[in-house]
Design a protein around this ligand. Structure first.
Ligand SMILES: Nc1ncnc2c1ncn2[C@@H]1O[C@H](COP(=O)(O)OP(=O)(O)OP(=O)(O)O)[C@@H](O)[C@H]1O
Length: 889
């Protein structure tokens, strides 16, 4: 027999059906409960107990719950694990429901969908990072990407053809991306590769005419022209963001600023692989630590940190903008006192953007108002310090003035340290509202009067232990022990005391006086709280009305914070102001890699600074870098890319001097062996990425290629590296740095006028290699792979043998017409190796022998010989410990 569905379960199922694809947090009293599959999934994701509650359709109903007061931390875990949560609240007091009959269910409704891209709570957000929700669409072959951070109100849109989607997502790092329901797997893969959650939504949400109407209604304008001209796809993408916010926030829209249209032409183009490779905002393990951003970030405010991340992610391509930013940093560098004072004030500036957004969504509390007050106050205070600052800072100072009225209002109305929630009152300052003061006095005096009344009753009755107490059932009552109770019942005061209750240890009474006083106190308390809430609401409205000006002030403070932080960094680390212009210069003297330098400093070592000159009037300039393993080739390549990027982001750079002609796009690739395998062949990835560079880099691009071609057989790799280099030189005509172990390539320098060889110097001393980390003109003659192998602890026998093989190979290379077979004959197996203590395997069964028999020495370059050494080492087995082989016999 089918069990009957309870009215509550029917309500639950309705709500569940109306919010597909979400986990339903169903409010029951002090808990959010989950049922059925939701309960099973949530219990396992949150590691909480799964229980049962009755039956439905003959099966147990699984259930789990989380306390409402600590729901945020559970929400965070669920969102991080990829869930979307529908938060369902009780929409009336349970007492109301009871009035409709004992069986009636409390009204409930979903008030909000919590998704990765729509978070606003401080506990759910990373303070120093944006939390973007993005939407991408293509209408009639025209693609566009829109993105918004509802925690700060920012919303932007940019044209974005499908091929640019990956790079754009890599730049912005959104948490959630909206696409048309049913969009192909390819799109899903691009989004998932970026680490964002993919949310397909109905095609109608992207409809451009619907979007236009939605945006006009949102901004209350008759025409969107005031914000710029948007293409159909751009409107569609913006509309989808707004429509999704309407759905998730249940009609309560966040405070969105006017949409800004970005065009790729204003910023340096950097694709996803380059960002990863240069570790711009994420370190090697995907976290912020170890990244360029983490190394240089000295901002003092969360909005400043977010702005710095945006700058590093999208350096400018406009000389004037860069110069203005650098002027600001220079001005702050010139006078330490001035910068320190500014930073002193900035340290007290809270996150006004996020406070404002919470207030607008009605999720804000008194502390958010206090944050606005503190931010605006600090802003007003520091603005006079910027009077003779360069233009950019002066502009910001302007945005910080004129908030006096709102500051005064908040100052007068709010206590110094308001509580978190408006619910319990206590946030409005005494003296601000006469009504509130009166109600408070009555409420507080009432308590005093109760104390007086207790004293009076104690004296009148002669019962010193008599108490006036309070509980939720009886309200105020007079309590005495059973022994004394008779005196109240029968004594001279008997008419005054009315018996209410007898408990095991006490007897409780009331008096007419006491109940009247109680009513007065209760009313006054309630009235005070109501008044406080009303005032809070007025203050909230006043803040919302001033939102555009507050937003501008918040941005101004972020801008000042970034400039002051970069100045602090420049002074502290001894960086220089770069010269950035429209030329094709690229001349860096004594450049350093900021992240490697910091790491070396920690272990007490110093970084060797190196020059890099890629200046050319026209055509390509390429430096081909050869040098030993571990010499510092990759470091040098990357430091030059980072210096260009920092300069165009408006920062000083780690160098003695730097002159950089604008870089329009930056590409950086590493040969496959260093890259993470992501389901595809690493060599394939390397080739796809190299193809992208060769197809895209123009004469303003800066290209960094590190050991391209090494992921395949030597001659294939060498040929690809060779052809790539020629293409960069002849077709792309860009500035490029190219590191390789294929020494054969250095010969190209005599053929290609724009190509120059460089090498990282090492010293050899008693057979050991010493790394000098100095980049010099010229080509390396060898890779010192064998020596590096020795440093790494290869068994002495393998090192000796590898040296021998290498020597023969090099000699073989020099002898034209050399036959591989002859060389194997010349090289008796391991003749140089000391006898091994363990019995040697029988020659015919030895994998080592087989391996060596398969070698074609003529086809081996020094690099491949090194690889071979590694293979031989692996074949030698794990027991070939250096200690054993080192034992002289
Ligand atoms: N300019 C420098 N000054 C001091 N130390 C340096 C410098 N450059 C590199 N190093 C040190 O040398 C190490 C190796 O550098 P890097 O990875 O750049 O070498 P590489 O030549 O690219 O090596 P491989 O060819 O094996 O990939 C770095 O981790 C760093 O500790």
């Amino acid at each position: 027999m089918t069990a009957q569905i309870t009215p509550m379960m029917a309500q639950y199922l309705d709500l569940k059906a109306a919010n597909p694809g979400t986990l339903l947090f169903y409010r029951m009293g002090d808990f959010y409960e989950m049922f059925f599959e939701d309960a099973i999934a949530a219990a396992s994701a949150l590691d909480i107990a799964l229980t049962k509650r009755g039956k439905h359709d003959g099966r147990d109903i699984e259930m789990c719950g989380v306390p409402a007061h600590s729901a945020e931390s559970y929400l965070l875990t669920l969102i991080r694990k990829g869930f979307r949560v529908a938060v369902c609240e009780q929409m009336e007091d349970p007492a109301e429901a009871k009035k409709r009959g004992s069986k009636s269910v409390v009204k409930r409704d979903v008030v909000r969908l919590v998704t990765p891209g729509t978070l606003t709570e401080d506990t759910l957000l990373e303070a120093r990072r944006h939390n973007f929700l993005a939407a991408w669409t293509e209408i009639r072959g025209e693609g566009a990407l829109a993105w918004a951070d509802i925690s700060t109100g920012e919303i932007r849109v940019a044209p974005c053809p499908a091929v640019r989607l990956g790079p754009e997502l890599a730049r912005l790092g959104p948490r959630e991306v909206l696409v048309v329901d049913g969009a192909g797997a390819e799109l899903a893969e691009i989004v998932e590769d970026s680490g964002a959650a993919l949310t397909p939504i109905a095609r109608s949400a992207f409809d451009s005419s619907g979007a236009e109407a939605r945006l006009k209604a949102l901004y209350k304008v008759g025409d969107l022209a005031a914000f710029g001209t948007f293409g159909r796809a751009e409107l569609g993408a913006l509309g989808a963001v707004v429509s999704y916010l309407e759905i998730t926030q249940r009609g309560r829209l966040p405070l969105l600023r006017a949409p800004l249209r970005e065009s790729g032409a204003q910023t340096m183009q950097i694709d996803a692989a380059t960002r990863r490779n240069l570790e711009l905002v994420r370190g090697p393990d995907g976290r912020r630590d170890g990244s360029l951003l983490a190394t240089i970030d000295r901002t003092l405010t969360a909005p400043g940190a977010r702005l710095l991340e945006r700058r590093i992610s999208a350096p400018s391509r406009t000389v004037a903008t860069i110069a203005a930013r650098l002027d600001a940093v220079s001005w702050l560098c010139e006078d330490t006192g001035r910068a320190e004072k500014l930073r002193g004030a900035l340290g007290k500036v809270p996150d006004m953007d996020r406070a404002l957004s919470r207030l607008a969504l009605d999720r804000g509390g008194p502390r958010d108002l206090a944050a606005i007050r503190a931010g605006l106050t600090q802003g007003e205070a520091l603005s006079p310090r910027l009077e003779d600052a360069p233009e950019l800072l002066k502009e910001q100072a302007g945005a910080l003035r004129g908030h006096g009225e709102l500051i005064d209002l908040l100052d007068a109305a709010l206590v110094a340290e308001p509580p978190l929630l408006a619910r319990d009152g206590g946030m409005i300052a005494p003296g601000y509202d006469a009504d509130l003061d009166e109600a408070r006095t009555l409420r507080d005096e009432g308590r005093g009067v109760i104390a007086g009344m207790q004293a009076e009753y104690a004296e009148a009755t002669g019962i010193a232990s008599l108490k006036i107490k309070h509980n939720n059932v009886l309200g105020y009552f007079i309590e005495t022990t059973a022994a004394h109770a008779e005196r109240l019942r029968a004594g001279p005061e008997a008419n005054r005391f009315i018996h209410r209750q007898t408990t095991a240890s006490a007897v409780r009474f009331t008096t007419t006086e006491l109940s009247e006083l109680e009513t007065r106190i209760l009313n006054a308390g309630g009235r005070a709280l109501e008044t406080e809430k009303r005032i809070f609401e007025t203050l909230r409205k006043a803040v919302i009305d001033a939102a555009p000006a507050i937003g501008t002030a918040a941005r101004a403070l972020a801008e000042i914070d970034v400039a002051a932080a970069l100045a602090d960094l420049a002074r502290g680390e001894n960086w220089c102001r770069p010269r950035v212009d429209d030329s094709r210069a690229f001349d860096i003297a004594d450049g350093r890699h900021p992240v490697v330098e910091r790491a070396l400093k920690r272990s007490g070592e110093s970084f060797v600074a190196n020059d890099c000159d890629l200046t050319a009037e026209d055509g390509a300039t390429i430096r081909l870098l050869t040098g030993p393993n571990m010499a510092g080739k990759s470091t040098w390549l990357r430091q030059n890319a980072l210096i260009a990027l920092l300069a165009q982001a408006g920062s000083y750079v780690p160098a003695l001097s730097a002159h950089i002609g604008l870089v329009s796009s930056l590409f950086s690739r590493v040969g496959a062996a260093d890259d993470l395998a992501r389901g595809r062949s690493t060599f394939m990835v390397e080739m796809v990425e190299t193809a992208a560079i060769l197809n895209q880099a123009d004469e303003r691009a800066l290209v960094i290629l590190d050991e391209i071609g090494r992921g395949t057989a030597t001659y294939d790799g060498l040929s690809i590296a060779w052809a790539t280099l020629e293409h960069l030189h002849e077709v792309n005509g860009c500035r490029a740095l190219f590191a390789t172990h294929y020494h054969e390539l250095t010969a190209l320098a005599s053929k290609l006028p724009g190509l120059r060889n460089a090498t990282v110097a090492v010293k050899e001393w008693e057979g050991e290699v010493i790394f000098l980390h100095e980049v010099r003109d010229g080509a390396a003659d060898r890779s010192y792979g064998v020596q590096v192998g020795r440093l790494a602890g290869l068994p002495a026998s393998v090192v000796a043998r590898a040296s021998e093989v290498l020597e023969r190979l090099e000699a073989g290379d020099r002898e034209a017409g050399h036959k591989p077979g002859a060389m194997i004959d010349d090289l008796p197996l391991f003749s140089a190796a000391p006898p091994r203590p363990a019995p040697a395997p029988r020659p015919e069964a030895s994998p080592l022998l087989e391996k060596i028999a398969g070698i074609s020495p003529d086809n081996l370059s020094p690099r491949e010989a090194l690889d071979l050494v590694y293979e031989l080492r692996a074949l030698a087995g794990p027991d070939a410990q250096p200690g054993l082989d080192d034992t002289p016999t």
